[in-house]
Design a protein around this ligand. Structure first.
Ligand code: PLP
Length: 465
């Protein structure tokens, strides 16, 4: 449904996807308009009544969509009746230095990427050279849509050893990032008649959108200090979880809940999608094995090179229950058939030669040092904030004091000082009382880390001192 509004002097074309519920379609269209810059910071939105009238929607639908985008930080409520577009979370409202482009913070502490300045260029170059020198001519034709056998073999052994995953190379499917893998699995479920997917709330909205894009309806499930509240799982066809290190809250799914989760899936014939995006990075105790190891026929285990190497590698892997191999492979074939063969063979070489293990050992020590520096600085300068989810991964969540400005205001104050972070509400589909900031301490390159931490604690102490 295409629609325009002109209320309040603002003219905007909105494309409401007829395949989605009206509220979800409106939220998505508004997000798209803000992200693409068609609606810019400070633009006044029409009243919910006026917009509902213009779009032919119920007023409650518009009110709910506005509330959602307020919670996510896309909108600001400037008075009881007035709503305007917020600066996109994590980007400064106005450039703090001349010439700096919008969206590029001086100190980028947004979560989502490893320290790319630590990428093992020499090892990768030599692995690629090895691949180009040794791959037989026959392998330069179209290959198996599951991925190159050398990589699937290497991964089956690596995942069993490092993450306790139980999988044969026949059930491994290499894909272009978890993002693609999530779309493949969700699409295969949908094609088999599934209609709903439960998700942790908080979660990556990009992933929510991928699932919704396949036609599945999202059912957000609450979390507590022990991770997803499994007892509150609804009657869904699948559930997307980050059990080793919840994104973004950082919790680890409690052992009793891991068992309950696979029981839930078994009883319902539902599928667990285990997103193990940063499972290699655990600092304070033994890594926790993958949930998949408990029930390989109920769980799709997904890993990625985006945190262990770099997002630019675009290689990820799915360990898939037998019944789903064929439908996912069929979908994979229609995507781009398979990932580039040389890259796959290079990664296989990095795994087989122990190069990835060495790199991970180095990076684990590096991130641990960063995490400790960050936590020390926070403890010393801003004891009012409470870091959580610190035992693993590449980000921490800072819970903010109840007294004081709300999370979006704190993120804005930091952004004005050139420090990009994400308010916790950025990851929620529902308004939440909890106030927090998510800090990606791996994101700055080597030299930029300490100045970024200094700017962060300076900014936070300006709020709480
Ligand atoms: C929760 C979560 N899952 C998966 C990924 C990796 O996604 P991809 O493999 O598509 O780069 C990330 C990266 O930021 C993430 O935060």
């Amino acid at each position: 449904m295409a629609n325009s509004w002109t209320s309040g002097g603002l003219e905007l074309h909105l494309d409401l996807d007829p395949g989605l519920g009206r509220r979800v379609a409106l939220e998505r269209a508004l997000r798209e308009a803000i992200r693409s810059g068609r609606l810019t910071a400070g633009a006044q939105l029409p009243s919910s009544r006026a917009l509902a009238q213009d779009l032919g929607l119920a007023r409650g639908t518009v009110v709910q969509a506005y509330e959602q985008l307020l919670a996510e930080g896309y909108l600001l409520s400037t008075s009881r009746t007035s709503t305007e577009v917020a600066p996109v979370p994590g980007t400064p409202p106005s450039p703090p230095e001349p010439g700096k482009q919008r969206g590029q913070a001086l100190h980028n502490l947004e979560p989502g990427t490893p320290d790319v300045s630590g990428f093992p260029r020499t090892q990768w170059a030599s692995a690629l050279r090895h691949a180009v020198a040794t791959v037989p001519d026959e392998d330069l034709r179209y290959g198996d849509p599951r991925g190159h056998p050398a990589l699937r073999r290497a991964l089956a052994a690596y995942l069993a050893r490092v993450r306790g995953v139980r999988v044969s190379e026949q059930q491994l499917i290499i894909c272009s990032g978890f993002a693609q893998g999530l779309g493949l699995v969700s699409g295969a479920l949908r094609a088999q008649g599934a209609s709903t997917m439960a998700v942790e709330n908080y979660g990556l909205r990009f992933h929510y959108e991928i699932v919704e894009g396949t036609g599945l309806r999202l059912l957000p499930v609450p979390m507590d200090a022990d991770g997803l509240v499994v007892e509150q799982l609804p009657a869904a066809d699948g559930v997307l979880v980050t059990p080793s290190h919840q994104m973004p809250s950082g919790t680890t799914l409690h052992p009793a809940r891991r068992t309950a989760l696979v029981e839930w899936a078994r009883e319902r014939g539902a599928l667990v999608i285990e997103d193990d995006y940063d499972g290699e990075f655990r600092y304070d105790r033994q890594p926790i094995g993958a949930v998949q190891g408990l029930a390989p026929e109920q769980v799709v285990y997904a890993g990625t090179a985006s945190k262990s190497l770099a997002p630019a590698i675009r290689l990820a892997w799915l360990a898939v229950p037998h019944r789903l191999v064929e439908p996912i492979v069929a979908a994979r074939k229609l995507a781009e058939r398979h990932c580039p063969t040389f890259d796959q063979v290079a990664l296989a070489h990095l795994l087989d030669s122990g190069g990835l293990d060495r790199h991970l050992r180095r990076m684990r020590a590096h991130y641990r040092k960063r995490r400790d520096l960050l936590l020390d600085a926070l403890r010393e300068r801003v004891p009012q904030v409470r870091p959580t989810g610190i035992a693993a991964g590449l980000h921490v969540t800072l819970l903010l004091p109840e007294q004081g400005p709300d999370q979006r205001e704190v993120a804005r104050i930091l952004a004005a000082r050139g420090v990009a972070t994400h308010p916790l509400s950025f990851y929620s589909r529902q308004p939440m009382a909890e106030q927090g900031l998510v800090i990606g301490y791996a994101t700055p390159a080597g030299h930029a880390f300490q100045p970024a931490v200094r700017a962060l604690v300076d900014g936070l102490s300006s709020v709480y001192d």
